[in-house]
Structures are given as structure tokens and as C-alpha cells.
Design a protein around this ligand. Sequence first.
Ligand SMILES: [Zn+2]
Ligand SMILES: [Zn+2]
Ligand SMILES: [Zn+2]
Length: 106
Amino acid sequence: MGEVSCHGNLIDGHTRCVHWHSPLDIIGIKFRCCGKFYACHSCHAECESHIPERFRASEFGEEAILCGACKRTMSIAAYLGCGDRCPMCGAGFNPRCALHRHLYFE
Ligand SMILES: [Zn+2]
Ligand SMILES: [Zn+2]
Ligand SMILES: [Zn+2]
């Protein structure tokens, strides 16, 4: 797979955005509505005029998570089971993202 580009109001090359930019905020998430990766739901809201659509539980095999450290994608199921660490490069993810899970996944 080629390089995936992440959209939004990014502040660096690791998917950090103006809303979320701690050292651990390095994932991009693909939205079901437009198929684009965004750094966060606020970025999606600022850049798109449509209602965000979330992936459903039956679609958790979708490669919808982008690791901002290694730039590789993983499935939603892999992300939810990864223990807040990239299964490919070992980079730590923000555990607080789990609190916002409902904004991204059904
Ligand atoms: Zn969208
Ligand atoms: Zn954002
Ligand atoms: Zn990674």
C-alpha cells in the first residue's frame, strides 16, 4: 500500500492536529462517509461540510487506522485490541482516545 495522506489542521507529519497534539496523539482515522483519513473528528468537521459517518461493527476489518509514527494502516479491530501501542512499530497511542471511540466507531 502506498503512503496514506492524513487530512485536517495538522501541525506536523505525524497526524498531530491543532486539537490533539500530545506526544501520543499520532493516529489518523478514516471516515466512512468520505473515505479520507483525518487526525480527529474536529478536523473532519472543519474541512468537510457533510455529516461524519462511522464504521459499523461489521466493518471493523476495514484498514481505517493510520499510525502517524510508521505511516502504516491497521484494521479497526487491530487498533481496538492493540493495548494503545502500534502493533507494527510499537509507538504508544493515547489511551484517552478510547473515551472518544463513539465518535469514530459504532
Ligand atoms: Zn467525511
Ligand atoms: Zn483535529
Ligand atoms: Zn506504527
